[in-house]
Design a protein around this ligand. Structure first.
Ligand code: SF4
Length: 319
């Protein structure tokens, strides 16, 4: 029997605001694409780099969104005809050796405001979406291309991050320790984590990260010209909640090696502060963090890989 892990105290109920139907490229999984390609809906699809997407209208909305703000596929032929990502949203399912962890997208206003039913209420609906979920971590978690971490050691890293005074401090220590492990994997990660907790100063946020070379490179990749130190104070409690939710959803082990994912998550608070400072809106900051950083990770693969290499190469190994 599969164990399901829902974040405790988190709730959701769809308000049909249709935010998830606009702004981003809506990917159609291969099986759904094959069905839709042989239906009258094929004109509403486009193929780029071998992947199929829903076309968008002039308002950047999904072409399947009706004037009544409902999904055309949902009403006819039915919810089963919708792409897997749309059926899953705002949930993100990650299968691990310990069961399925249910992450959530903070782009969804209901998830942000924690409105509705406990997440576990949706388990029966989500069960039908697990058939093709890949299993992550069974033969270890890749730290970088040549180094693996046992699943139990990965859990130890995550626990360390979550148990520090703030998740941000935990991420800084975890990144340093994992970088050391990448250089000397013959020693246990635990020792590096203890050293990090004893010796590292808490990050001098937000200025330290704002000056970070990689923050500016990623910012440019996200279409932003330049950053300055934030003048408005972005809500720290919401950031902490968001980072905890991302970790619960196992964002660190998905799609890319762990060191790059951890480096990216370490930079995410700077993006959160930058986008909050620009708009004064928590909703806007969380929405952009999701759209640009957390949800479409393939766009960032190359940059994140280079960032991990750079970080490891510049680290002074402990003797
Ligand atoms: S963004 Fe959330 S609340 Fe709005 S339609 Fe999508 S799932 Fe429902």
């Amino acid at each position: 029997m599969t164990n399901w892990h829902f974040a405790p105290g988190r709730n959701f109920e769809c308000s049909q605001c249709a935010r998830c139907c606009r702004g981003w490229r809506i990917h159609i999984d291969p099986q759904t694409a094959q069905t839709l390609q042989s239906s009258p809906f094929r004109k509403q699809l486009e193929v780029k780099d071998g992947r199929t997407f829903a076309r968008k209208n002039a308002q950047e909305e999904c072409t399947f969104l009706t004037p009544q703000r409902l999904c055309q596929l949902h009403s006819q032929p039915g919810t089963g005809a919708k792409p897997a990502g749309c059926r899953q949203f705002p949930f993100r399912l990650t299968r691990t050796p310990d069961g399925i962890f249910v992450g959530t997208s903070f782009s969804c206003p209901s998830i942000q405001s924690n409105q509705g039913e406990p997440l576990a209420t949706y388990q029966a609906e989500l069960e039908s979406l697990t058939e093709r979920l890949p299993l992550w971590g069974e033969s270890g978690v890749p730290v970088c291309p040549s180094v693996l971490l046992d699943w139990s050691e990965y859990l130890r890293l995550e626990k360390h991050i979550l148990e520090r005074e703030t998740v941000e401090i935990g991420l800084a220590e975890g990144l340093w320790a994992l970088g050391q492990y990448a250089l000397r994997p013959d020693r246990p990660l635990e020792g590096y984590l203890l050293q990090a907790a004893a010796a590292l100063e808490p990050p001098d946020e937000p200025l330290m990260l704002m000056e970070h070379h990689w923050f500016h490179r990623l910012l440019a990749h996200c279409g932003e010209k330049s950053a300055r130190a934030p003048s408005r104070k972005a809500p720290p409690a919401e950031l902490e909640t968001y980072l905890r939710a991302l970790l619960h959803g196992k964002i660190l082990i998905n799609h890319r090696p762990l060191l790059g994912n951890l480096a990216l998550l370490h930079l995410l608070p700077s993006f959160y502060r930058f986008w909050f400072d620009q708009s004064g809106s928590l909703d806007h900051a969380l929405d952009l963090c999701e759209r640009k950083i957390a949800t479409h990770p393939n766009n960032l693969n190359e940059l994140v890989e280079k960032m991990a290499d750079d970080f490891r190469d510049q680290l002074d190994p402990v003797l």
